[in-house]
Structures are given as structure tokens and as C-alpha cells.
Write a protein that binds this ligand. Structure first.
Ligand code: NAP
Length: 277
């Protein structure tokens, strides 16, 4: 008898994650005998959780806040994820857990669909955490001129120093000038995320209509930053759902070697977010 395949996400907090909704919708659409669950795991337990996952025959895991960097120490890490310094996907199919990072792939795909060309663009990334690391690595590799703006300036400087063509700033008065000179603005901080939905680091009066504004926060779908962008007449405004779906689809492909049903996954996430309103 074939055993049901088990996939999941580890993190803390994790109960709010929409990854189970998204992946289970994909399994159902493709008629796969598989299930995706959420497991609450603290940073102290991440090594035990990964070893236990392997022993229990779990097929694949996503890794989320605050484990993306710590999990690196317990797995073999694929080259790009090693350069990024964080993983969000674990594949157990070879027996030894292998760590990948699909966050950057997801964001690049979103931006390429929105703006076509990344090469030579001025990109301002707010944040220097796990997501910012992955996104900035891919954009820098693709030829963008990246500026990292972070509350803790040292983290921005440290991240920029690892990139080929990047600058770093804090979140002070300089920010206004950098927003004005940017082609693309990406919020990769948790500012504006539920339950602090009224927060934004950049307001309408700092933006220009040709700026692309991409908020990777997806709960709520329309963040205060995106609201401000619309108020400023920004033509290209992108929410975080597509990135969630694309990074999930890339993980799905690593685990199952099958083409993920992207539209089904996106609809499942958007419906779940609307139901929460
Ligand atoms: P993280 O590693 O914890 O980094 C958090 C970042 O936010 C840091 O740069 C931190 O600055 C900054 N920050 C937090 N609170 C702030 C505040 N009040 N003011 C200014 N800056 C603040 O988290 P992460 O994994 O990068 O995730 C960041 C956000 O992206 C989360 O909301 C997450 O849900 C979302 N995300 C979305 C996707 C997607 O697929 N759409 C994928 C990954 C993550 P300091 O360095 O100063 O602390």
C-alpha cells in the first residue's frame, strides 16, 4: 500500500500560515495522495524537528520565521541558498535533508512579470532580514542597482557588503531622496502586516507615479503602503500574494517534480485572505 506523503511548514508562529491552504489545494487539484500541515517549532528545537522529520519519512518542509537562518546548520545547503544565508525549503527525497531558498525566485518572477527588465533598475529594498537577503541576492545577480534601507543600519550595511552593486541607508531623512530616485520600491519588512495594518515606512508624498511599489507582506492583501501608492497615482502596485504563490510553487516543484497548478494555489490564498476580512 502506498503511504500518504506528508509535507509541512515549521516556524513560530505558524498557525497563521497560508501555505497549508495553498499546497493542499494543489495536491487536490492534481489528485495526489498527500497532505501539508503546519508544525510549531521553536529555534531551540529546529535541529530535532529536522532530524525527526527525516526519521518520520516527511517528504518536504517549508521553513519560516524565525528558523530560516538557524535551519542552515542542520542540512546540506544548495549553493544559492548558501550565498543567501537562509533557507525556506527542505527536501528529504535523497535521504539527507537538502535546504533551498525559493523566496528570491518568487520575488524575481513577480517583478519580471510586472516590469519586464531588472537589469540597470534602481531598486530600494526596505528591510535586511531573511526575505530581504533572498530578494536582494537575485536582483543584484540580475543587474539591478540595489539600496538596502533598514531600521538597524548595521544590518543593511552588512547585507549590502555581500552584494556586487549595493548601497545601504537607515530609515532616516535620506529615505525620501532614495525613494524619489528609485524605479522599484520593495517592502521586505514586516511593517504593515496584521495586526499593525496602519503602519508604513513610505507615504504617498514620497512616491512618484512611475515607481513600481511591491509589498511582500500579504496579510492584509492591500497594505497601507499599497494604499499610499495608489493615492500617489503609482501605476504598478503589487501585493505579496503572487510572491507567496511563486515561492510555494518552486518548493512544490523541488519536492514533487511536478508542474504546480499556480492559478489554483493563488485562488486558494486570495479566497482565504478574503474570508478573514
Ligand atoms: P525578518 O527576518 O524577521 O526581518 C524583519 C525585517 O523587518 C527586518 O529588516 C527588521 O528590521 C524590519 N522591521 C521589523 N519591524 C520593524 C519596524 N517596526 N520598523 C522598521 N523595520 C522593522 O522577517 P522576514 O522573513 O524577512 O519577513 C519580513 C516580512 O515579509 C514578513 O511580514 C513576512 O511575512 C513577509 N514575507 C512574505 C513572503 C511572501 O512570499 N510574500 C515571503 C517571506 C516573507 P531590523 O533589522 O531593524 O530588526
Amino acid at each position: 500500500m502506498n503511504m500518504k506523503k506528508i509535507y509541512g511548514i515549521i516556524g513560530d508562529p505558524v498557525s497563521h500560515s497560508l501555505s497549508p491552504t495553498m499546497h493542499n489545494a494543489a495536491f487536490e487539484k492534481l489528485g495526489m495522495d498527500a497532505i501539508y500541515l503546519a508544525f510549531r517549532v521553536s529555534p531551540e528545537e529546529v535541529g530535532d524537528a529536522i532530524r525527526g522529520g527525516k526519521s518520520l519519512g516527511i517528504a518536504g518542509l517549508n521553513v519560516t520565521i524565525p528558523l530560516k537562518e538557524k535551519a542552515l546548520f542542520f542540512v546540506n545547503v544548495e549553493e544559492v541558498a548558501k550565498k543567501i544565508g537562509a533557507i525556506n525549503t527542505l527536501d528529504f527525497s535523497s535521504g539527507t535533508p537538502v535546504g533551498y531558498n525559493t523566496d528570491g525566485i518568487g520575488s524575481l518572477r513577480v517583478l519580471k512579470e510586472t516590469t519586464c527588465e531588472i537589469n540597470g533598475k534602481n531598486v530600494l529594498i526596505l528591510g535586511a532580514g531573511g526575505a530581504a537577503k533572498a530578494i536582494s541576492f537575485y536582483l543584484d545577480t540580475d543587474g539591478a542597482r540595489v539600496t538596502i534601507a533598514n531600521r538597524t543600519k548595521e544590518r543593511a550595511t552588512q547585507l549590502a557588503s555581500k552584494l556586487r552593486n549595493a548601497d545601504s541607508i537607515g530609515l532616516d531623512s535620506e529615505l525620501r531622496k532614495y525613494v524619489k530616485d528609485s524605479d522599484i520600491l520593495i517592502n521586505a519588512t514586516s511593517v504593515g502586516m496584521y495586526p499593525n495594518e496602519d503602519a508604513t515606512l513610505v507615504n504617498a508624498d514620497m512616491m512618484h507615479p512611475d515607481l513600481v511599489v511591491f509589498d511582500i507582506v500579504y496579510n492584509p492583501m492591500e497594505t497601507k503602503l499599497l494604499n499610499e501608492a495608489k493615492r500617489a497615482g503609482v501605476k504598478k502596485v503589487v501585493d505579496g500574494v503572487k510572491m507567496l504563490v511563486y515561492q510555494g510553487a518552486a518548493s512544490f516543484k523541488i519536492w514533487t517534480k511536478r508542474e504546480p497548478p499556480i492559478n489554483v494555489m493563488e485562488n486558494a490564498v486570495r479566497e482565504a485572505l478574503i474570508r478573514k476580512l
